[in-house]
Design a protein. Structure first.
Ligand SMILES: *[C@@H]1O[C@H](CO)[C@@H](O)[C@H](O)[C@H]1NC(C)=O
Ligand SMILES: *[C@@H]1O[C@H](CO)[C@@H](O)[C@H](O)[C@H]1NC(C)=O
Ligand SMILES: *[C@@H]1O[C@H](CO)[C@@H](O)[C@H](O)[C@H]1NC(C)=O
Ligand SMILES: *[C@@H]1O[C@H](CO)[C@@H](O)[C@H](O)[C@H]1NC(C)=O
Ligand SMILES: *[C@@H]1O[C@H](CO)[C@@H](O)[C@H](O)[C@H]1NC(C)=O
Ligand SMILES: *[C@@H]1O[C@H](CO)[C@@H](O)[C@H](O)[C@H]1NC(C)=O
Ligand SMILES: *[C@@H]1O[C@H](CO)[C@@H](O)[C@H](O)[C@H]1NC(C)=O
Ligand SMILES: *[C@@H]1O[C@H](CO)[C@@H](O)[C@H](O)[C@H]1NC(C)=O
Length: 683
């Protein structure tokens, strides 16, 4: 029952009733792809937001008729004044007052956080520009790039992982290349197509141009003769090495955009579009390197390394890479099943928990907490199936039917779902209306929908259009004006994990806190694919689940012997709190660093069969729990948060964990005693 947005209740119910297309509601379980065209899709009623920014300030007009990215690596460039820097590995980029600044960031670290520091090492602009403008224009973007125009003369191809920053000078102008450091040296090759700029901070920058360019030094600015063509900037990461010839060799092939293609299961292929001549040199992050397929099409240049908050970035030659993960099997149930002799204890808990379900008495109207209640109940149906006690299922089914309603609204400006509270207040529903946390919230509903469609196929068929429309809000693969939603709203195809933060300017770029809730989103989408017998959805959901897990294990899970982060940070932290593009924090949005049970819990919940895969490393689970345990001695630690600590303890010490779990007096709002017992008895 929709008790939440009473004012829109009628409208929603009306729309729900009349918008189910007859052809879809009578279709049985046919397979469809998840790239459904706009007109096939269920449309949520349009919402009018008073809090969303206008995308036309920065996106070129030919882009604004399509859904636009809301959680992307370049988000800072298109909100507020557009002048906050973004991390386009290996450089921080800032665009301000018709000038683009390039920074090879230093990394500051202590036990509280590790963060990249922006310094404008190189500023590029048109000399004596009489009309600097505040706004740049985004003229195109792709999975792996964004093109930023400073009208009318400069176009920057910001391609992620390019060791060169590429600028196309569209008309003959004199360029100004400024720095906050002293210029210690400026030397060119004989035909003036390459310069070496030595800065007072010790950095050496290499400049490559597509044709001869005259450069003159004036204080800490370098002024060019009139020039049009392509100019590229690369930092020489290590002064006395053999790296300069490597950068020389690949300087004439430049990427202008790049896409990620899913053509095989459990693999992602990067393909860059390039101009110029020769082979493409890019940089790979540690996860890329781990997943990079060992074929002959790419060559790793081990010596070429740039430092980064994500670990060393290593040179790779080739304009197409394939990355493969081991398959992750998405399943409804635990891998090993619940021990037979503990069925009675689980069933007792289940009977009590199901008895407590009351759809007329939902404790919340916030989309996040409401979704957690839906998913919590849905787990009970699956646990009942696992322990062969189906008597409780009808009650769960009814509860799910009464509580799952497509109670979202559609925003036409960026192209996506919002909620009523989120359309009025930036912080309503945790910022859902400014595109925060979509995969977290919707993931819980998808879990409920997947389970309900499984146990009640008639309901599933009836509400399939709504179910798919919800899922596509963050899992659309297509792009362009025929899509209703932006491509993969949260999932970052270069970092290979999701971002939760939407349209807010942040010094440190996008961020994500809970990797386990992100995993839940793609896992639940895959389960929905299973319920609807849609192998393509299962495949994509499983791939994104696998990637999100890899990324969590690479960047969030901090093992004792980790070398990716600085030693003082590693020593103090077994898990990252908030992970930003530019920073690793030990605090959470809702708790300080020393309350470690929150930090553990938010990386574990919701407790599901897929949690087995996320925490498959028993040694790490032990390190994380032992690091957390002292926090539980504090006065007033919530039983729900303790529960997740004991659940992880169950990964390596089942007996102790069971004692602790039996002694709990309460559970997280998305968890239950049945679920805790199911977990521990299936270890
Ligand atoms: C949601 O609940 C809060 C308090 O829990 C209440 O103040 C608010 O009016 C409710 N909103 C709606 C739309 O029902
Ligand atoms: C420039 O961006 C600002 C928002 O930062 C917006 O108000 C203004 O309309 C934009 N100007 C143009 C010419 O698009
Ligand atoms: C913007 O740049 C122009 C010259 O390019 C300069 O005169 C002006 O002071 C700059 N404005 C700001 C706010 O930095
Ligand atoms: C880490 O550095 C920041 C910034 O200087 C400081 O505010 C913080 O207190 C430091 N943390 C510790 C544990 O020293
Ligand atoms: C949009 O228009 C610009 C010119 O303003 C063009 O360079 C760009 O390629 C166009 N982008 C797309 C996606 O068509
Ligand atoms: C370079 O640009 C930054 C803004 O990114 C500005 O603060 C700085 O003053 C500029 N420096 C020079 C030397 O132009
Ligand atoms: C509604 O739920 C609250 C706890 O969420 C409980 O205290 C109350 O007794 C319930 N009311 C009814 C009528 O079930
Ligand atoms: C059981 O939990 C209580 C607090 O709820 C605690 O005081 C007690 O020590 C626990 N017992 C065991 C055996 O862990």
């Amino acid at each position: 029952m929709l008790i939440i947005f009473s004012s829109s209740l009628l409208l929603l119910l009306l729309v729900t009733t009349i918008c189910i297309s007859p052809s879809l509601s009578t279709t049985t379980t046919t397979t469809t792809t998840i790239n459904r065209r706009k007109h096939d899709l269920f449309t949520f009623p349009e919402g009018q937001s008073t809090v969303l920014p206008d995308p036309s300030s920065f996106f070129s007009p030919n882009l604004t008729s399509s859904p636009l990215p809301t959680n992307s690596f370049f988000q800072n460039l298109v909100i507020e004044q557009g002048d906050q820097h973004e991390y386009i590995h290996p450089y921080l980029i800032k665009s301000f007052n018709s000038s683009l600044s390039l920074s090879y960031p230093s990394i500051f670290s202590n036990s509280s956080f590790t963060q990249q520091v922006f310094t404008p090492d190189i500023n590029i602009s048109v000399s004596n520009n009489p009309n600097p403008t505040k706004n740049h224009t985004i003229s195109s973007f792709s999975d792996l790039s964004v093109t930023l125009d400073i009208q009318p003369s400069l176009r920057f191809f910001l391609v992620r992982g390019s060791p060169y920053l590429t600028c196309q000078v569209l008309e003959k102008v004199s360029l100004s290349i400024a720095t906050v450091h002293n210029i210690v040296g400026l030397v060119s090759n004989s035909d003036k197509t390459k310069y070496k700029v030595v800065l007072g901070n010790g950095q050496i920058w290499l400049l490559y141009s597509s044709s001869s360019i005259g450069l003159t030094r004036k204080g800490s600015t370098v002024i060019s003769d009139d020039f049009s063509g392509v100019i590229r900037f690369a930092l020489l990461p290590n002064a006395d090495s053999k790296l300069e010839p490597v950068l020389d060799r690949f300087s004439s092939c430049y990427p202008v955009s790049g896409s990620a293609v899913f053509d095989d299961s459990f693999s992602v292929k990067y393909k860059w579009d390039t101009e110029g001549s020769g082979d493409l040199l890019m940089l790979a992050n540690p996860l890329h390197i781990r997943l990079l397929d060992d074929d002959d099409s790419v060559k790793v240049v081990d010596d070429l390394k740039y430092k980064s908050i994500d670990g060393e970035l290593v040179g790779v030659v080739g304009s197409s890479w394939v990355m493969k993960t081991d398959p992750v099997k998405v399943t409804w149930y635990s891998t090993k099943g619940v021990e037979k002799e503990s069925y009675p204890e689980v069933i007792d808990a289940l009977v009590q928990d199901v008895k407590g379900l009351d759809s007329n008495n939902m404790s919340t109207n916030a989309s996040y907490f409401y979704g957690k209640l839906v998913a919590r109940a849905a787990r009970m149906a699956l646990i009942a199936e696992e322990v062969d006690y189906v008597d409780v299922i009808p009650k769960v089914k009814q509860y799910l039917k009464d509580t799952i309603e497509p109670w979202f609204l559609y925003d036409n400006s960026w192209g996506g779902l919002i909620t009523l509270q989120g359309s009025k207040h930036r912080d309503g529903d945790f910022g859902f209306g400014i595109y925060n946390d979509h995969h977290f919230h919707i993931g819980y509903y998808l879990y409920g929908i997947a389970v309900l469609a499984k146990i009640d196929p008639v309901w599933g068929r009836k509400y399939r259009p709504q179910a798919y429309s919800l899922m596509l809000d963050f899992m659309t693969l297509s792009s362009g004006p025929n899509s209703k939603y932006t491509r993969l709203r949260c999932f970052d195809l270069w970092n290979l994990h999701s971002w939760a933060a939407g349209l807010t300017e942040f010094e440190n770029g996008r961020n994500q806190e809970s990797t386990s809730e992100a995993v839940n989103a793609y896992y639940s989408a895959a389960l929905m694919g299973m319920a609807y017998e849609d192998p393509h959805l299962v495949e994509v959901g499983s791939l994104l689940t696998a990637m999100e897990i890899h990324a969590a294990q690479t960047w969030w899970h901090v093992k004792e012997d980790d070398t990716l982060y600085a030693a003082d940070f590693v020593q103090a932290n077994r898990v990252v709190g908030i992970l930003w593009q530019n920073k690793r924090d030990s605090v959470l949005w809702f708790a300080p660093a020393d309350q470690k049970e929150f930090r553990l819990g938010i990386q574990v919940l919701p407790l599901l069969p897929i949690t087995e895969v996320l925490f498959s490393d028993k040694e790490y689970a032990k390190q994380l729990v032992e690091w957390t345990l002292p926090s539980l001695k504090r006065e007033g630690v919530g039983e729900g948060w303790k529960g997740f600590v004991y659940a992880l303890e169950g990964v390596y010490d089942k007996e102790n964990a069971l004692t602790n779990i039996r002694n709990l007096t309460g559970h997280d709002d998305g968890n239950s005693l049945s679920n805790m017992l199911w977990w521990i008895f299936s270890r």
